[in-house]
Design a protein around this ligand. Structure first.
Ligand code: SF4
Length: 451
């Protein structure tokens, strides 16, 4: 019997794209391919691309170049490119990258898995797999690529907003909520598998249920009650700030399984910019929304994403944004510089900000963020915090607190202890490092992961 062909996956982009990577891996395994985490010694490499903004596409193309060179050198037999960039630029990519064996749009990935198996078995296949966007409920199982402690849970697909900087609706399509019972069943399965934290993701999680006459509050409540005896938490990511379903805040305040944390990308705080970006609402609406979240959920952690350098942005707008970051103490926050995206309303707007100026503006916003973050993190020195362990090293573990989403927020490093991922530890905070991570010492095991 011959050994099965092996495949590894290179993942780029956001958590939503990671779910697609996990779906692909599951379909490959079902098709009899051997999944490898190794970088070399595999038959095929699949690249899951990101097309969010110019730099993300550049990173995707660099990764493609590297894989094609490896194929030329005889290190691998097949290169597959999938994901958001294919969804948007498939035909252009096909022309420019003839050595890529297969391009695949975002789909249910079964066709991709069978084409890849055929290809590796020496067969000929179409080089481009176009697919209707998957129905919201046709995802299938995943092979998790996250640490054992947490997993992403997609609650809907696509977005109905028309923010003038964003190409995501063109890539991922209109908003479609996944069916409530299906999401809850998926959550239960993950919890039964030992996952301690579920990160709810979507292009716009606020919109969950609107197309079904339901509300995000209904879903979060069901998820929070899905496994009453199990130890797990829910974290809400990517919540569009307008028309937020306020009932979710009651659950955050009252339900022990709903973490007091909200990722709410506001993009800007200056009204002229929000209008130009075609965001619903104004600077006042953004501020009132954050005020209301803070009032309803004492101690809540807010995370946000901002965009600087949008056409027409003035020095005054940036100064307002910097003040906003300080006033609302947005220590957990990412900033992007505007990247003109073809096919979006922003592409043709006058008043483009030169890239070097946009970068200087981003740095000014980041400096305000870093100051806030350092101050806030330093207040924990000498105090205790609960940490969920994600990574285990030789003589220390790395995890995150309830205040921090894994991968995007600061980490917690606990020296002098080794316990399995998924364990909850009490840590005394000793210091804050140069990347604003908390460094601590263990003061107790709260719940050891039994698996
Ligand atoms: S809400 Fe988010 S995903 Fe939707 S168009 Fe705006 S920025 Fe893009």
């Amino acid at each position: 019997m011959t050994n099965p062909s092996s495949v590894s996956l290179v993942h780029l982009g956001c958590a939503r794209n990671l779910i697609d990577s996990e779906l692909m891996l599951a379909r490959f395994a079902e098709a009899g391919l051997m999944i490898s985490g190794a970088d070399s010694g595999v038959d095929a490499v699949v690249l899951n691309t990101c097309s969010f903004i110019g730099p993300a596409r550049e990173e995707s193309e660099n990764a493609m170049r590297e894989l094609v060179e490896r194929k030329r050198a005889g290190e691998i037999r097949a290169v597959v490119v999938a994901g958001c960039m294919v969804q948007r630029y498939a035909h252009d990519l096909e022309k420019r990258w003839p050595e890529v064996d297969l391009f695949a749009e975002i789909s249910d990935y079964s066709a991709l898995a069978s084409s890849l198996s055929q290809l590796l078995a020496g067969g000929t296949v179409e080089s481009y797999i176009a697919s209707d966007r998957p129905g919201a409920d046709q995802e299938g199982s995943r092979l998790l690529a996250t640490p054992e402690s947490y997993a992403y849970l997609r609650i809907s697909h696509g977005c109905d907003h028309t923010c003038s900087f964003c190409a995501i609706p063109a890539i991922r399509g209109a908003h479609r909520s996944k069916e409530r019972g299906g999401v809850v069943a998926e959550a239960r399965q993950l919890i039964e598998g030992g996952v301690k934290e579920l990160l709810l993701v979507a292009e716009d999680s606020t919109a969950w249920g609107r197309d079904r006459g339901e509300d995000l509050t209904d879903l979060v409540r069901d998820l929070a009650n899905a496994a009453p005896d199990a130890d797990y938490g829910l974290r809400l990511m990517y919540a569009y700030p307008n028309n937020f379903p306020w009932g979710v805040l009651d659950l955050m305040r009252e339900h022990p399984k709903v973490l007091p944390y909200l990722d709410i990308p506001v993009q800007h705080a200056a009204t002229p910019m929000l209008k130009a970006m075609r965001r619903a609402g104004s600077g006042d609406v953004v501020r009132r929304t954050l005020d209301r979240v803070r009032e309803a959920v004492p101690g809540v952690t807010l995370r946000s994403t901002l965009l600087v350098g949008f056409p027409g942005e003035t020095e005054q707008d940036v100064a307002e944004l910097v003040d906003f970051v300080k006033e609302y103490r947005l220590g957990r926050m990412g900033v992007f510089t505007y990247s003109p995206e073809q096919g979006t309303h922003g592409y043709d707007l006058p008043g483009r900000v030169p890239p070097s100026e946009a970068e200087a503006r981003r740095d000014a916003v980041l400096a305000a963020r870093d100051q806030v973050l350092l101050e806030d993190q330093s207040t924990w020195i000498g105090r205790e915090l609960e940490v969920l362990v994600d990574e285990v090293h030789e003589s220390r573990v790395v995890g995150h607190t309830a205040m921090d989403a894994p991968e995007v927020d600061p980490m917690s490093v606990i020296e002098g202890i080794v316990v399995p991922a998924g364990t909850r530890l009490a840590m005394e905070v000793l210091a804050v490092d140069e990347e604003y991570n908390l460094i601590g010492t263990p003061v107790g095991v709260l719940e050891e992961d039994p698996t």
